[in-house]
Design a protein around this ligand. Structure first.
Ligand SMILES: *Cc1c(COP(=O)(O)O)cnc(C)c1O
Length: 493
């Protein structure tokens, strides 16, 4: 029997491959597995697997309607030389924690871990389900998803990809990475608005039935590469198991020992995958959620009230500048007794009043989580402190998590081995990072900052950064929020 997926907002069921194609359920809900599969192999067995073998084993539990041949084809094509290290996701000890470096893929952010495989999962799913329409990936990005999705889908036959990003809400390297993207099937557009505006605009197009009909008549259908897609979530479960088994191989822990997982969080996708890993049997003590100054999630976990009615800040960790964390809906559904009525009701409140409150009973199910936040000062200080103590350099997002972990440890005295997911290469945010270590950076060009970062960290400048300043800008579209649909229709003409 195949594991089925169900919408968080209604009785819409489908298989994993159908969930991958659809992205979002037609009632606006997110797909969740109807039960949590548990690991079939022991931790010892999994500790003897390389990344690909482990990826196949973990993902096959969740994506049961893919054949072994299909899934191995997807895994083997995703986790190859696109990554600059055969380890795929190396674990680096520094300052009393283990940094799981998830930025060794093509676009230097953890999004590559899932977006390297999503195009394969999706085109395989289309074949399986006899879909002949061209699949158009429609995505809003806070900076990193966009580029990782573009790199994954560029020139993939039978697909097109459209990315909207907040024109003034991403780093310079992030923007350059996107607007220099090659591929006839790609479109990148900046919007005058923030990430939440971009995400709301995209969601609106997804649920517009008239637009759906119009596109179907032309042989197109939308799908999503955002972290709400099951095909994003499942590949992310893998690296938590990989980190755990790596700690076993190093003799830091034995099979069954608990670890903490500390995750810099925005849309709640990465840490949700950690929660899934735990539900599938990974021995996890605390899931430590780290927010930046936009601490809507930290407040939610500590008070039980989700309230997006607050000021929005542009921070040095832009990929976490989010006030509506889409993937939280899945956790809400799982802790409210899997009631789609209740979930739909809370989400309606969020969309109407920007706010909802969960019950005491639901709160009690969040004991696995600890939530904290780092201010801009905390974040930059963390980069400087860690560098001074260890010589290790992290990016701003990872530093948010590092800072929260530092206070967690000091506050609780918990000495459980802790994995901090390192979600971006510091080279993506070289100005902020070099500034945090050296102070004044005024007058330094981008190239100088990148060279300085290389000297400070003792690492080579990644090709993806080195080639940027000379790459031609191929995408110049900037539009108003209200014009997003027009931009899409023009591209698909
Ligand atoms: C996307 C992103 C995050 C946030 O991850 P979520 O899954 O959205 O919580 C953190 N850091 C970086 C560098 C990212 O690109």
């Amino acid at each position: 029997m195949d594991l089925m997926y169900k919408s968080t907002r209604g009785d819409e069921y489908c298989t994993a491959s159908q969930a991958v194609i659809k992205g979002l359920a037609s009632d606006g809900g997110l797909y969740v597995p109807t039960e949590f599969p548990v690991f079939q192999k022991s931790l010892e067995e999994m500790s003897r697997m390389d990344y690909r073998e482990l990826a196949y084993n973990v993902m096959s539990l969740y994506l049961t309607d893919y054949t072994e041949e299909e899934l191995r084809y997807c895994v083997n094509n995703a986790y190859d030389e696109k990554f600059d290290t055969p380890a795929i996701a190396p674990l680096r000890e520094a300052g009393g924690a283990y940094y799981l470096e998830l930025f060794h893929g093509r676009t230097l952010a953890f999004k590559d871990m899932a977006l390297s495989i999503l195009p394969y999962l999706m085109t395989t799913a289309a074949k399986k389900n006899n879909i002949t329409d061209k699949i158009v990936i429609l995505t809003a990005t806070s900076g990193d998803t966009g580029k990782a999705a573009l790199a994954g889908f560029a020139d993939v036959p039978g697909t097109g990809i459209i990315v909207f990003y907040p024109k003034d809400g991403v780093s310079r390297v992030q923007e350059l990475q996107m607007v220099t993207q090659k591929g006839a099937n790609t479109l990148v557009a900046g919007i005058h608005g923030n990430f939440d505006d971009a995400q709301a605009g995209v969601k609106k197009m997804f649920s517009d039935k008239d637009l759906e009909k119009l596109l179907a008549a032309k042989g197109y259908r939308f799908s999503s590469a955002n972290s709400i897609n099951v095909g994003r979530l499942v590949p992310q479960v893998v690296y938590y198991v990989h980190a755990y088994t790596e700690l076993m191989r190093r003799g830091v822990i034995s099979a069954g020992d608990p670890v903490n997982l500390c995750v810099p969080t925005g849309n709640f996708g990465n840490i949700l995958a950690a929660y899934f890993a735990k539900r599938s049997g990974l021995p996890v003590n605390k899931l430590i959620l780290a927010s930046n100054k936009n601490k809507v999630l930290t407040d939610f976990f500590n008070t039980g009230t989700y309230d997006r009615n607050r000021e929005f800040y542009v921070t040095s960790s832009p990929s976490m500048d989010i006030l509506v964390s889409s993937n939280l809906e899945r956790l809400i559904y799982l802790i409210d007794g899997c009631s789609s009525e209740l979930t739909a009701d809370l989400m309606a409140k969020l969309s109407k009043a920007g706010k909802y409150e969960i019950t005491q009973e639901m709160m009690e199910q969040l004991v696995d989580f600890y939530a904290g936040f780092a201010t801009e000062e905390d974040t930059l200080a963390e980069i400087g402190k860690l560098y001074e103590e260890t010589g290790y350099v992290t990016d701003t997002h990872t530093a948010v998590a590092g800072s929260v972990y530092r206070s967690y440890k000091a506050g609780t005295g918990d000495t459980t081995p802790t994995v901090i997911t390192s979600t971006a290469s510091p080279y993506k945010f070289s100005a902020a990072v070099v500034g945090a270590i050296e102070g004044d950076i005024s007058g330094k060009s981008d190239d100088e900052l990148i060279a300085r970062l290389s000297a400070l960290s003792g690492t080579e400048i990644p090709d993806a950064v080195a080639s940027l300043s000379s790459a031609p800008v191929l995408h110049k579209t900037v539009c108003k929020i209200a014009e997003m649909e027009k931009v899409v229709l023009d591209f698909l003409k």
